[in-house]
Write a protein of this length. Structure first.
Length: 229
């Protein structure tokens, strides 16, 4: 049943299913396929169900993977833990709006679609302890950065939070918590590359992208990553 069908919001469907929720989910997995971004111009492969998912994903709800996290393996995370690096887990359910290009000249007029985020007290404290100890706080991906910037207070502390964010980060922006980040190479005119420009500076980012093109780095979801320090 179609309950909403607009150009701006897309189409919203309601499914009527004679069975349990678990049976419905099983049927969706049987009939559906991994929702790869539109710019991946190939058919979905069975391996995508595992490859297009971070190893630490726990909660269903996103329409796309937080792709900076795809570079992490269990082996790599164990090596980082041995070196004394702590991990804090946050959740942002990526929505379809993350792929929408910016179509306005005045960036303040661009409207982000809301996405659900969640940080619990335990992980907020891990982040705050790192800030208090003047340690490096590295956001893995733009989704993590948006979650942190939504949840940070004026005194640069993270509070436990469960709600929605439509925060659009673009230059100039004073980042409250993270002082480094890992991110993939993004599409032009996207909100993601605007955030990267706000974090690292436009000229620096443009130089990095020119170098990536020159050296034939892979872009987008299944591509290479950059570490911004």
């Amino acid at each position: 049943e179609v309950i909403d069908n607009t150009t701006s919001r897309g189409r919203t469907l309601r499914f009527l299913f004679d069975g349990s929720y678990e049976e419905f989910r099983a049927k969706l997995k049987e009939l559906g396929e991994t929702p790869l971004p539109k710019y991946i111009k190939r058919d979905v492969e069975p391996e995508d169900a595992e490859r297009y998912q971070t190893i630490y994903a726990k909660v269903e709800g996103a329409v796309a993977a937080p792709t900076a996290g795809l570079h992490f393996s269990k082996h790599l995370m164990k090596r980082l833990e041995i070196k004394g690096i702590n991990f804090a887990e946050v959740t942002l359910h990526v929505g379809l709006g993350t792929f929408n290009p910016i179509e306005v000249e005045d960036l303040s007029k661009h409207k982000m679609e809301s996405e659900e985020i969640f940080i619990d007290e335990k992980n907020a404290q891990i982040i705050n302890n790192a800030v208090d100890a003047h340690r490096r706080v590295c956001a893995v991906g733009t989704t993590t950065m948006r979650t942190l910037e939504t949840s940070v207070s004026s005194n640069k502390k993270i509070s436990a939070f469960h709600g929605w964010t439509n925060k659009f980060i673009y230059p100039p922006h004073d980042f409250g918590v993270a002082n480094c980040m890992i991110t993939n190479f993004h599409t032009p005119k996207s909100t993601l590359i605007m955030m990267i420009a706000a974090f690292a500076g436009r000229d620096f980012v443009m130089h990095a992208y020119e170098e990536a093109v020159k050296e034939k780095y892979k872009f987008y979801s299944y591509g290479d990553a950059m570490l911004i320090l």
